[in-house]
Design a protein around this ligand. Structure first.
Ligand code: FA5
Length: 352
């Protein structure tokens, strides 16, 4: 740096001393405003004072002041570089990526166990020639009940505690969350001019249930319907045995009980042996001490339901079944309580 004289030399020394003590970029900025700032910067002031110098000294003072300004600016630029390099050095230790660390695992989702079971059931029936149809979850009472031979005030309506859609039509509540998939028997027949029919209808159903180990208020069912000439009860049993063997293997015990559903005659329930107590604990809360866990209701389609579809019930007969998919999932994996399925606990769900 050139050696400035007297007052200029002093000012230069002060500027450089202050610059040397700027410890970080914020302090450096403060220094820049104080010394080189356009408004009130001390070096800037020095330059504007050239015009006030006596005429014979103006040129020398001006030359000296400009040289000094260039020196100070150069010192500032160097300090700025220094601080920037130091900041980068610090960041390279605090913010560095350690490429030797193992990566964070990506959590990959999977199908819910009830969905897995549903798909396996659908596949099994598909292999037996059943095609899949769908029906609405919000259903008309006329399909859910009347078409299924459950007229208003019939005690059979009390079998299901219905969740009504709170909407009045002609002063009456006529829509509900379907209590079973059976209304689709009527829906499928209605849109099929003539049998044969071999169809399954999977979907959610809703009931106002006091929940327990085998009852939820939302459940998944698969309705099955086959209508043709000469369809017999033995066909129904054959299909259900085949389904059970494929889903549960050949070792499980299966039982048919007589049961009542207004839309079939005769009606049955099919159950599997209780995997928790094997029928040996009268206090078992999964099978309620019966030794059996019911998975489906079934039977021969009532001739009146066949006739309502416009088919001749002397010519056509059919069977129908309604499987509880959550129950199938319980039995398949030995889960002791159906309520685990919908509590959304990933520790439970990730096991399947
Ligand atoms: C019915 O829903 C009839 N629609 C079944 C049917 C279809 C009979 C065709 C005849 C012909 P049920 O209410 O029993 O029947 O239910 C059928 C199956 O759904 C039961 O065997 C059970 O596996 C399952 N299920 C019923 N209620 C619940 C519930 N609250 N929680 C879980 N699963 C249930």
């Amino acid at each position: 740096m050139t050696a400035p004289t007297s007052a200029l030399a002093e000012l230069c020394a002060d500027a450089l001393a202050a610059l040397a003590s700027a410890a970080d970029e914020a302090a450096l900025e403060q220094w820049r405003v104080a010394w080189l700032g356009r408004q009130g910067g001390r070096v800037t002031g020095l330059l504007t004072s050239i015009k006030d110098q006596p005429a014979d000294q103006k040129a020398a003072f001006g030359a000296e002041a400009n040289r000094l300004k260039r020196d100070i600016e150069a010192a500032f630029a160097e300090k700025h570089e220094q601080l920037k390099r130091r900041t980068l050095r610090e960041l390279s230790t605090t913010e560095a990526i350690d490429v030797t660390l193992p990566g964070r695992p990506q959590v990959i989702g999977r199908l819910h166990p009830v969905t897995q079971t549903l798909r396996d059931c659908v596949k099994t029936f598909g292999e037996m020639g059943f095609r899949v149809a769908e029906g609405p979850e919000v259903e008309w009472a006329s399909y859910n009940f009347d078409a299924m031979r459950i007229p208003e005030d019939h005690p059979a309506r009390d079998m299901w505690d219905t969740i009504w859609v709170d909407k009045l039509i002609d002063g009456e509540r006529k829509m509900l969350l379907r209590t079973h998939t059976s209304p689709n028997q009527a829906r499928v027949m209605e849109r099929t001019p003539e049998p044969p029919i071999r169809v399954i209808v999977p979907g959610k159903c809703y009931r106002q249930e006091a929940t327990d180990a085998t009852h939820e208020w939302m459940l998944t069912q698969i309705e099955g319907l086959a209508v043709d000439e000469g369809v017999r009860m033995s066909d129904l049993k054959g299909v259900l045995y085949d389904f059970s063997r494929k889903m549960f293997g050949t070792e499980r015990k299966i039982i048919f009980h007589h049961s009542y559903f207004p839309f079939v005659e005769p009606g049955v329930e099919m159950a599997l042996d209780c995997f928790i107590c094997r029928g040996e604990d009268p206090a078992c809360h999964t099978c309620h001490g019966t030794g059996w866990i019911e998975i489906l209701g079934a039977g021969m389609v009532h001739p009146e339901v066949i006739e309502n579809a416009g088919y001749d019930s002397n010519r056509y007969t059919g069977f129908a079944f309604g499987i509880g998919v959550e129950r199938v999932a319980l039995l398949r994996w030995g889960i002791e309580d159906i309520r685990h399925f919908y509590q959304n606990d990933v520790r439970f769900l990730s096991q399947f």
